[in-house]
Structure formats: C-alpha cells, structure tokens
Design a protein around this ligand. Structure first.
Ligand code: SF4
Ligand code: SF4
Length: 541
C-alpha cells in the first residue's frame, strides 16, 4: 500500500505497510480503486452533460463514494466492494444513455474497466492504479494531481453534508467531475493544475455556504451557549462526528426514554443551535477530540454513535457499545443504515449510564457569524480604541502528534489584549481555558466545526469591509492545524480568496513537492509554524 493523504502519514512520507490510522492494505487498495472508478464515472458524466444528460443519482453517489475515502471514515472492505461495483454500474448505465444521445466517449482506462469478481482480485486491481502507479510522472504534476484529488475529497464531504440537508448546487457536481477527469489528462501542466486546485477552493466556498444554509435553515443560527462538561445521573448516548441531522434524529428518538444525549469531538458546537438545544435531554459534552476516543469511549457508560468522520479502531471493551451510521464504517461494528437508532437506544438503556450527577465546568460555544456580527459595532469600537490589538484564528484539526502542543502554548501566550477565534477539533487543545473577556467580548470565540469555516470567512470579510481594507490588511493572523482532506480544501478556499501569511502545522503535507511548495510560498507566503514565542514575536513585534 501507499497512502500519504493525511498529516499523520508514516515518517512524514507515506504509509506503506499499514495506515497509522489503522487502514489495512486491502482497504487502501480498494479506496484507490474506488477513486479510479469515480474518475471514470466523472469522465462519462462530463460527456453525458455535454449531451444534455444529468443524473442526480450519479451526482450524489459520486460525492458519497469520494467522501468514503477520506481519512478515518470507512475501514470496511465489503462496503468498498459494493461502492466500486455500483460506480461501474452507474458509469455503464450513464454511458449507454449518453451514447444514445450522441456523446462520443473514448474507451479505455477507468471508463471501461470492469471490477473483478472477488475481493482478492479487486485488491490487485486497486494496487495497479494507486499512487505508486504514477511513479514515472513528473513529481510536481503528481503532487498537484494528488492535491486536487484531496481537495475534491474535502469538497465532496461538504457537498454531501449540505445535500443531506437539502442544499445542492449543480456547479459543485460539474466541478467535481471536471477536477477528477483532469487528474487523468496528461496535457495539463503545472499552471493548469494550480489553477484547478484554486478553483476547487473557490467551488468549496459554495459548498460551505450551502452547508451553512442547510444547518442554519434547519436549526437556526447558533447563539452563545454554556455547555456543561460534566454529566447527569442517568442513561446516556454519546454522539460524535459532524452530522447535525443524525444528532437531531437521535434526540427525537430518545425523547421521553430517560436517556441524556452528550456530544463528543466536533459535535460540541451543536449545543448552540436553537433547534437542537431545545431538547431538555440534550445535556452536555463529554471528552475531547477524535484521537482520544479509545480512552474516552472506554470510560463512557452508554452507547456511542459515530456520524461522518472520524472513527478509530474500537477497543474490545466498547466494541459492542459503538454504532456507525452514514458513510462511517468499521468491520464488525454495528452499522445503522436506516436512521432508526433503536439498536443504539436499546444498548444505552441496557448499560448502567452515569450513576450520579457531576456538574463539572462548562465551555461557551455558539459564536458563529450571526452572533459575532451581531456585536460587530462593539468589536469594531474595541479595535479602534486599541482595546483589541489583534485577532488570532487558531483553528483546524487535532491529531496525536506531540508537536500539536504548540497550539496550546500559543493560545496560553497570546497577550490579554488579543482575541482568539477558533473552529474545528483543534480547539480541544485549549477549549476549556478561561481566557476572560475584553470589555464584555470573550477572548475565546468558538465559531464551530470545521464545517463552519464559511462562518469564519464571513466574519473576516465583514471585518475587512468595516475597516475598508482587505482581509490581509486586518490585524488578523491565521494559524492553522491540518490533519485530513477537509482541511486541505479549506486551505485551498483561503488561498483562492488571496489570504496570505497563513501559518500551517504541525507539519507540511507529504504530498506537496518542493517546487509546488515554492509556488505556494512565493504567491501566498504560506509558512510552517515555528515555536509559539517566535511566531508571536513575528506577528505582534
Ligand atoms: S489516511 Fe493517513 S494514516 Fe491513514 S493510511 Fe493514509 S496517510 Fe496513512
Ligand atoms: S476537524 Fe477534521 S480531524 Fe477534526 S473531527 Fe473534523 S474532520 Fe476529523
């Protein structure tokens, strides 16, 4: 196997024997084959679209299939077998319709490949089309093709989240097909592929805006809310991942059953949504970020539901208590495909739950664009009076590497006259610190999940508008942590917007070649994180 799509890739180079994430070589090969199959499906979809044929089923399937290959989403080989076969079936059906309508589709490669009948042969097919198969390709072209694929993986994830909430835009599907097909086009050079990567970032802004509209349309705008980190005596269900609709369904289905619902990881910000916080049994938050789940889930006395990413190999001690839904999968773990969460509810009722109340401390969430821009006058006045000197956006993914302590140290050392905006699971490095406030404005503002990057961008753009300057001219520094492919596409969105001087850590992506990095540094002055002291000195002087 060879995979280097995420930040924790082995030795900073690539996972070759087993994924650091737990991905087995057979699953790595099946994921590569599924990506190959979606490239063929994309080529056919583009030709069909030119002939006037669009297929909503193919659009949705393509996003789901690509999303399944994101880091820490699906580890179940059988699910990939089904997806690969479905990709080929949908491709053949669409090809026949398109050709009937006059489309000319060149045969060969992923347009005509036929999935093998058995698992072993499918794995061999996947091994033949994985990253090593492009070894002879120019290193920069290979790097940019992978960057584009990983950007599209993040984009497909956000498009899928939005579509679940009824928000779709055909321009997103069109770009996914164009982008995936472009990675097979030998005529495209470095400049073309850089352009496509930035276009991916641009299209992702649409997807993130749709997701924001889906979440706020269904559940209202988040409002500042104190979330208990303790627990209540009683039966318990823990919901992790990012999917608000799954959480809503679990809250509905547990009503009146004597079960308290808790969030884990990226679900924390959901406590700020009026349409979710209305449930009296939606109690509080348990634990921290995804990489701590083995320890935290083992100690949770109730059922656990994983929506979307990020799952790790369950320990034996809680293997029977954990359930997956949507695109998440782990072999041997109970999967709830129908959104009838009865198996998880029954498990929670059969388990002891918490035996006593433990109120604990609380953290504030709900500072998404509506809440922050609602007090924009106060914020602008504080900047003008120099009560606020600087904003730091410290956001992105968390992970297991020791170098991620940088983010904790940085936030601890940021001076008292500065405000920290945060989003995504990287916040768990400092989310429970009391940073106080500046004239009533909290110094730590949690904008939401990684899925709420749209909100962060809207806040930055509105501040730039208020100060009549560009985002790069604001007293704002972006210090980001990345882990997986949603973070890749958010970075591409920021680069598309022309945002410069981003500090990125804890390490730079292994799939970026030295020349491609050079292009990013020259055009955007993107830089690796240093030490907290060095970076604060460089930013604040
Ligand atoms: S997703 Fe990351 S950890 Fe998993 S195999 Fe790929 S590079 Fe390795
Ligand atoms: S921010 Fe990224 S790493 Fe963190 S839970 Fe969300 S998808 Fe996973």
């Amino acid at each position: 196997m060879f995979c280097f799509q995420c930040e924790q890739t082995a030795k900073g180079e690539g996972c070759t024997k087993l994924g650091v994430c737990g991905k087995q070589p057979d699953v790595a090969a099946l994921q590569d084959l599924l990506i190959y199959a979606t490239k063929g499906l994309s080529q056919v979809a583009l030709a069909a679209r030119k002939a006037g044929i669009k297929d909503a089923k193919v659009d949705r399937f393509t996003c789901e299939a690509i999303f399944s290959t994101l880091t820490n989403v699906d580890f179940d080989p059988q699910r990939f077998v089904t997806l690969i076969k479905e990709a080929a079936r949908l491709r053949n059906d669409l090809k026949a319709k398109a050709e009937k309508a006059g489309a000319k589709i060149a045969a060969g490669g992923p347009v005509t490949f036929a999935p093998a009948a058995d698992l072993k042969s499918l794995v061999a097919q996947g091994e033949a089309v994985g990253i090593p198969s492009a070894e002879k390709l120019n290193a920069d072209i290979r790097s940019l093709r992978e960057l584009l694929v990983y950007g599209i993986k993040g984009l497909a994830a956000y498009a899928d989240h939005a579509a679940i909430l009824g928000q779709e835009d055909d321009a997103i599907y069109q770009f996914i097909y164009e982008g995936m097909a472009a990675t097979l086009n030998d005529a495209l050079g470095v400049n073309d592929l850089v352009g496509l990567a930035l276009k991916c970032g641009e299209v992702n802004l649409k997807a993130m805006a749709l997701l924001d509209a889906g979440n706020t349309g269904a559940y209202g705008h988040p409002v500042p809310t104190a979330v208990p980190l303790g627990h209540k005596k009683g039966k318990a269900i823990l919901v992790s991942g990012h999917d608000l609709k799954d959480l809503d369904m679990i809250l509905q289905q547990t009503q009146g059953k004597g079960i308290y619902v808790y969030t884990h990881g990226e679900m924390l910000p959901t406590h700020g949504y009026p349409g979710l916080k209305k449930y009296a049994h939606f109690y509080g938050h348990y634990g921290t970020a995804w990489q701590n789940q083995a320890k935290e889930f083992a100690a949770f006395p109730g059922a656990i539901v994983m929506t979307t990413n990020c799952i790790q190999k369950p320990k034996e001690s809680y293997q029977d208590n954990i359930f997956t839904t949507g695109l998440v999968g782990w072999p041997g773990v109970n999967h709830i495909a129908t959104k009838d969460f009865k198996p998880a509810i029954d498990k929670a009722l059969a388990m002891p739950g918490f035996t006593e109340d433990a109120p604990g401390k609380s953290v504030m969430v709900g500072f998404a664009r509506n809440a922050v821009l609602g007090v924009a006058d106060k914020v602008i006045a504080a900047v003008k009076s120099k009560a606020i000197r600087h904003f730091f956006l410290v956001g992105g993914c968390d992970g297991a590497k020791p170098g991620r302590d940088y983010y904790t140290e940085l936030v601890e050392k940021i001076p008292q006259d500065c405000v920290v905006l945060t989003l995504a699971c990287g916040k768990f490095r400092f989310f429970d610190k009391d940073l106080g406030n500046i004239g009533g404005i909290p110094r730590l503002l949690d904008i939401g999940q990684c899925n709420d990057a749209h909100s962060a961008i809207q806040i930055a753009v509105a501040l730039a508008g208020a100060f009549n300057c560009g985002v790069n001219d604001l007293p704002l520094s972006m210090i980001l942590s990345w882990y997986e492919q949603k973070a890749c596409v958010i970075l591409l969105s920021l680069l598309h917007l022309g945002i410069k001087n981003i500090r990125l850590g804890p390490s730079l992506p292994a799939f970026i070649s030295p020349n491609v990095l050079d292009v990013l540094v020259k055009n955007f002055n993107i830089m690796p994180i240093g030490t907290a002291d060095q970076d604060l000195k460089a930013i604040l002087g």
